[in-house]
Design a protein around this ligand. Structure first.
Ligand code: HEC
Length: 231
C-alpha cells in the first residue's frame, strides 16, 4: 500500500499540471508559464509592448508599465558607432554664432560626391520640406511666402547664388532668421543631400553634366575642354 500511494501522488500531480497547461484554447497563448521570471525580464525591455501583452501581464501591471519609459536618450557625448556612416555621426563643431557661421562657410565641405542619385534624393527632401517657403524653383515664392506669412525668403539663384555649402549646412543645423533649425527632421546625410539639390537651384535649376556612372563632370574640366577646343 505504501509503495502504491508513493507512485499515485506524483502521477496525479503530473496529470493535473498537464491538464492545466493543455487547457488553453487560444493558439496565441503561451499557456502556463512556469517560473516566468526566467524568460520575462524584470527590467523594462525596449521592444516589448507592455501595454498589449495580455498573456504575460495582468491589467494592473499593464497600466503601471505604460507609464514606464523604456527607450532612453543616449548618454550625453556618446556617438553612434557606424563605420559606414562615420562622416555623418560626428558632433557639429561650429557654434551658433556669427563667427561660427563665417567659419563654417569658409571651411566646411560636403562629404558627399555630386552624383545624379544624390541630387535626386536631395530633390525629394526639398520637395517635401522646403518648397512651402522657398518655392519649387527656390525663388523664395512658396505658398507661405505668397500668402504673406513668411516674407523676405531669398532666391537661391539671385541673392544666394554664391552662398557656400558650409553656410547652408550651418543654417539647416541651427536655423536663421525666420527659418527654423531642421536638425531634428533631417539627419546629417539628409542635410548634405538637400544641399546637393540647392546647388542645382543656385544654378537656375540646370543639372550638372553626368558621366556614365552618374558622377557630375567637374564644370572646370568642361571649361578646360571648351578652351582646348577653341584654341
Ligand atoms: C518656414 C519657412 C522655411 C522653410 C520650411 C525652409 N526655409 Fe530656408 N529660409 C527661410 C527664410 C525666411 C530664409 C532667410 C533667412 C535669413 O537670412 O534671415 C531661409 C534661408 C535659407 C537658406 C540660406 C541660408 C543662409 O545662410 O543665408 C538656405 C540654404 C535655406 N533656407 C535652405 C532651406 C532648406 C534646404 C529647407 C528645407 C529643408 C528650408 N530652407 C526650409 C525660410 C524657410
Amino acid at each position: 500500500m505504501k509503495m502504491h500511494s508513493k507512485h499515485v501522488l506524483p502521477i496525479a500531480a503530473l496529470t493535473l499540471v498537464t491538464v492545466q497547461t493543455g487547457c488553453v484554447t487560444d493558439p496565441n497563448s503561451p499557456g502556463l508559464e512556469y517560473m516566468p521570471d526566467m524568460y520575462r525580464s524584470a527590467a523594462v525591455e525596449a521592444y516589448v509592448d507592455y501595454g498589449m501583452d495580455e498573456y504575460a501581464f495582468g491589467w494592473a501591471e499593464q497600466a503601471e508599465q505604460r507609464l514606464v519609459q523604456s527607450a532612453r536618450k543616449p548618454v550625453t557625448g556618446t556617438i553612434p558607432f557606424n563605420p559606414e556612416a562615420k562622416a555623418f555621426v560626428m558632433p557639429y563643431p561650429y557654434p551658433n554664432t556669427p563667427v561660427g557661421y563665417e567659419a563654417a562657410g569658409a571651411e566646411l565641405q560636403s562629404p558627399l560626391a555630386t552624383t545624379q542619385a544624390h541630387i535626386e534624393e536631395g530633390k525629394a527632401i526639398y520637395t517635401q520640406m522646403c518648397t512651402q517657403c522657398h518655392g519649387e524653383k527656390g525663388e523664395g515664392d512658396g505658398a507661405l511666402s505668397r500668402n504673406g506669412h513668411i516674407q523676405g525668403i531669398p532666391s537661391y539663384s539671385a541673392k544666394l547664388k554664391d552662398l557656400p555649402v558650409g553656410k547652408m549646412y550651418h543654417t539647416l543645423t541651427y536655423g536663421k532668421g525666420l527659418m527654423g533649425s531642421h536638425a531634428s527632421q533631417l539627419d546629417q546625410r539628409d542635410r548634405w543631400l538637400v544641399i546637393e539639390y540647392i546647388k542645382v537651384l543656385q544654378n537656375g535649376g540646370t543639372m550638372p553634366e553626368f558621366d556614365e556612372a552618374g558622377n557630375a563632370v567637374e564644370p572646370a574640366a568642361a571649361g578646360a575642354e571648351a578652351t582646348a577646343m577653341n584654341s
